[in-house]
Design a binder for this molecule. Structure first.
Ligand SMILES: Cc1cc2nc3c(=O)[nH]c(=O)nc-3n(C[C@H](O)[C@H](O)[C@H](O)COP(=O)(O)OP(=O)(O)OC[C@H]3O[C@@H](n4cnc5c(N)ncnc54)[C@H](O)[C@@H]3O)c2cc1C
Length: 456
């Protein structure tokens, strides 16, 4: 008899697991309340990068003069929204078609567990019972809204209300300087808004290489982004009087930052409430995540959790890989030798100006544990392709083992860093040595030649 595999939540974790399980012969059902592709397509990765791409085109027009061209541009918020929607629809339709072609049953509605082997699908006031042998909970997360922020969708926004707002803010105050905060600060600055960034620590991107964060701060300052460092926001007020029409962010040290709009980028809350965890014998952590083992299995022996709900590493790429591994595990494939998912080897990128990407071991982490490493850094300033393209900012940094030459990690700052990091990601995942990269015949002229140079 076929394994009945139920997926609740059709984001990257859910739809990848569904497709893999169907491909391996399971009878698969997916319950999704919004669109297949999930928040990743609807609210997070896709619309944010689409808007950053538009900002990039606008910046390119500004630089065009230096290339002997004359051009000007203007942001049209309505057209941007249509573009975001058309990309999302295209991607979600692709997922739907793939799953349908594999015979996956797609149910639209809200899912919740009622026992370790049963779930209820609720839609339009109707409830349907779905029985399963194995289930994946992949319901993702939503923006965190603290009780001191009265989000109104007009002047005080979450990221989900900023794709884009009806008018581009005159002065946007972004609260939070992690990856999401800096990407939105960059995006709205590129659209021409005045931007202030409220940074709770002493530098932006607290979890990243300080050298990389410093490059971004320098770029922000040169582009006129106001940085309020060491400022922990603790209240936002909407002020509307004869002298001022806007918002005011109050910080713990008494500082006040005013602007026309505020945007919250202070993390996410996992969607675990109302999921019926207790009915299946599962207890969420105090942060709302579902605890899982290295196979993404919860305490219930047939129920997995993945993606933002499992709280390992909030990346779409990681969620999708977890989904694939879970389907394989549920179908018994992991009885054979296989590679476990190694979160320390996940590549990630920040789509700012310049772009930032990293993978594997960070220099600071190696020093913290006293691990001997070889660090080599090459600037793009000497790279032919970078000079031809007129953007030679940034560098490639490679971290390797001084004895074996195995590539342990690296970071790239500069144009196309998010694409280039793939070279180092493949090296890190597969234990390649710097010599393996040096001996690869790459294209000339190309930005990737800087990676080869950093490995030499
Ligand atoms: C602004 C922003 C930008 C980001 N950009 C990137 C990026 O560039 N690259 C990257 O790798 N990551 C990015 N991320 C992170 C990434 O979006 C998430 O890590 C990823 O979406 C998590 O995937 P998931 O499968 O856990 O869930 P999601 O994509 O959140 O999907 C979960 C799905 O479950 C559905 N659902 C929830 N509850 C129920 C229920 N009870 N019944 C039925 N359906 C339900 C939801 O409707 C949703 O469709 C970004 C995040 C943010 C906030």
């Amino acid at each position: 008899m076929k394994l009945r595999f139920l997926v609740i939540g059709g984001g990257p974790a859910g739809h990848t697991a569904a497709s893999t399980a169907a491909g391996l012969g399971a009878e698969v059902t997916v319950i999704e309340r919004d669109v297949l592709g999930g928040a990743a397509h609807l609210w997070d990765c896709v619309p944010s990068k689409a808007m950053i791409a538009t900002g990039g085109e606008l910046a390119a027009l500004d630089r065009a003069e230096g290339m002997g061209l004359e051009a000007t541009g203007r942001i049209d918020p309505a057209a941007l929204r249509v573009r975001n929607l058309s990309i999302q629809t295209h991607l979600s339709d692709d997922v739907k078609q793939l799953l349908e072609s594999q015979g996956v049953r797609i149910l639209n509605g809200v899912g919740r567990l009622v026992s370790p082997n049963e779930a209820i699908l609720a839609h339009d006031g109707i409830e349907e019972r779905v029985t399963f042998d194995a289930a994946l909970l992949s319901t993702g997360s939503r923006p965190r809204i603290p009780d001191w922020a009265a989000v109104d969708g007009d002047r005080i926004l979450t990221t989900r209300q900023a794709y884009p707002p009806p008018v581009i803010p005159e002065h946007l105050v972004v609260i939070g300087s992690g990856v999401t905060g800096v990407e939105f600060a960059h995006m709205f600055r590129a659209f021409g808004a005045k931007v202030s960034l409220v940074v709770s620590r002493q530098h932006v991107l607290p979890s990243k290489d300080p050298e990389v964060a410093a490059v971004l701060e320098e770029s922000f300052v040169s582009r006129g982004v106001e940085l309020h460092k060491g400022a922990r926001a603790e209240a936002i007020q909407r002020i509307e009087n004869a002298d001022f029409d806007g918002i005011e962010v109050q910080c713990a040290d008494g500082r006040k930052v005013r602007g026309s709009h505020a945007l919250l980028a202070i993390g996410s809350i996992p969607n675990s409430d109302g999921l019926g965890l207790a009915e299946a014998g599962i207890t969420a952590t105090e942060w709302g995540t579902v605890p899982v083992d290295h196979n993404c299995l919860s305490v219930a022996p047939n129920i997995y959790a993945a993606g933002d709900l499992a709280g390992k590493l909030p990346l779409s790429s990681v969620a999708a890989m977890q989904g694939r591994k879970i389907a394989e595990h549920a179908m018994g494939l992991h009885a054979l030798a296989h590679r476990h998912l190694d979160y320390d080897k996940a590549a990630s990128a920040i789509f700012t100006e310049p772009e930032i990407a990293d993978v594997g071991l960070a220099e600071a982490d190696a020093f913290a544990v006293g691990r001997k490493i070889r660090v080599t850094k090459v600037p793009f300033a000497g790279n032919a392709k970078a000079l031809i393209s007129g953007d030679a900012r940034g560098f490639v940094k490679v971290i390797s083992d001084p004895v074996t030459g195995v590539v342990l990690g690296g970071s790239i700052v500069g144009a196309n860093a998010a694409e280039l990091i793939s070279v180092l990601a493949i090296a890190v995942t597969n234990g390649l040595r710097t010599q393996d990269i040096v001996e690869s015949l790459l294209v000339h002229p190309s930005l990737a030649e800087a990676i080869v140079e950093a490995c030499s």
